[in-house]
Design a binder for this molecule. Sequence first.
Ligand code: FAD
Ligand code: DLZ
Ligand code: SF4
Length: 515
Amino acid sequence: MRLRLVLGDQLTRGISSLRDLESGDVVLMAEVAEEAGYVRHHKQKLALVFAAMRHFAQDLRAEGILVDYVRLNAPDNSQSLSGELARAVARHGARSVVVTEAAEWRVEQMMLGWQAALGVAVEIRADARFFCSRAEFATLKTARKTGRMEYFYREMRRRSGLLMRQDQPEGGQWNFDPENRKALPKGVRPPERLRFAPDAITREVMDLVAARFGDNFGDLESFGWAVTRTDAVAALADFIDHALPQFGDYQDAMKAGEDFLYHGLISPYLNCGLLQPREVCAAAEAAYLRGDVPINAAEGFIRQVLGWREFVRGIYWTEMPGYPATNHLGAARDLPAFYWTGQTKMRCMAECIGTTRRTAYAHHIQRLMVTGNFALLAGVAPAQIEDWYLAVYADAYDWVELPNVHGMVCHADGGILGSKPYAASGAYIDRMSDYCGGCTYDVKKKLGEGACPFNYLYWNFLIENEEKLARNPRMALPYRNLARLERGPIMAQAQAFLDGQQAWAAEQRRLDEGW
Ligand code: FAD
Ligand code: DLZ
Ligand code: SF4
């Protein structure tokens, strides 16, 4: 018999490791502390992965497939993937192991050692769920060589045929992003979104998570994610019918108390395997062709999945393992403690961290332009802010989190992922949200008592990184504006603010480490 190993982010019936199953083959799935603990995941992420794994195993069994499922609390659980695989090979007398390639470098390193360690053949199959394979990306001129997503995306549009009329893009242009930057007008209420009440299996998992990971970040009781393929498909349909039509217009908008706006809420499902990138793009394209959604919505959404998601994966695999060690801007400050508590007078930060705590979710602009922007401006050490993002989101996996945070947010890769840092003052947040209205700070005030910290931290960021950034043509305008300002007071106020945060961060570290 062959042992088929399925990991917690490979919950797809068509996954390559389950191809050509023969009678007598056994599927191994294992909940292990090593995967649950490489970072202190949000409680909802743990509940999602374990509940989805258990439901997936149940569905396989319903098909008559033999599944050997090791629960986290099983008495002999070795608590590592390698350990559980070795035990299962012995238990079943397996002559070989079949597995689909790992999504991330850390687990791939493990996999590459399995054949020698186990003494049986280990076949590692490509993961065919992506539009662009790792090997293909490495050879694409439009990908790594230009370092820009747009040309890669156009090539993927041509190859996939998505939103194409012969060889021309639907709607006459490739990218409708300039139309997708509207703030949410007063009085517009986003639709209620489909959430899912936990069933008995999920409840049992939630009890396990509460008992073993009760101190991890995040609320658990509000859990409403889909944990089965059927429910994930229903969530996708709900998005396409009720939110996609406005997705484009309000893609960058933020509003206090509105956790989801018009976003897809599908990344946790795409990343653990319950949904496939091809089907979500096809569903958006079909809605456009039916005339149910405008082109700026369909194109904007498909670009995220076909363009950005594939592009960051390609960058991850071409740059690993050296990628996380780069630190182009030399950022070295500690992560402020309020990232974990949400206790800050900056309303934008409190709102985005609050959403994150409640739902294990925040949308792209909240991640990039609020919590990410603050970390960039404050010069937080990339590794510390990366750990935060990897921990707090239900969709967080190293292969997608790392390029987004290390490259897009921190500019730590020196421009591989974006030609300039996404640094912005309070004015951007004010334009795209209603946060500033209810904030203790004054977004219009640049300096002095009550001034919005994003304002002086923005100018201070330009000053601190002048040597690295001033020659970048895309930064010419901000540096021209800086030349008109008096630097001393900006630097003094920024320093005082950051020193205050550092003291808190140090105190928090002492508490965490039990000093
Ligand atoms: P929508 O806004 O509806 O977009 C549709 C889909 O497009 C998403 O589900 C996602 O699969 C894809 N997508 C959009 N933008 C990106 C992107 N930049 N990179 C990769 N895929 C993208 N996404 C993750 O899946 N996991 C992460 O750990 C993650 N970390 C991030 C960290 C930072 C600092 C930033 C700025 C972005 C991060 N993203 C991450 C990308 C993006 O924020 C999320 O994919 C998105 O918010 C998920 O919500 P949604 O399904 O409602 O997305
Ligand atoms: C994310 C995760 C968690 C929390 N737990 C498990 C687990 O117990 N068993 C498992 O097989 N997979 C888990 N996963 C997903 C893995 O971390 C994921 O397969 C790797 O990130 C892939 O590189
Ligand atoms: Fe955030 Fe500044 Fe607006 Fe307050 S005033 S919500 S700190 S951008």
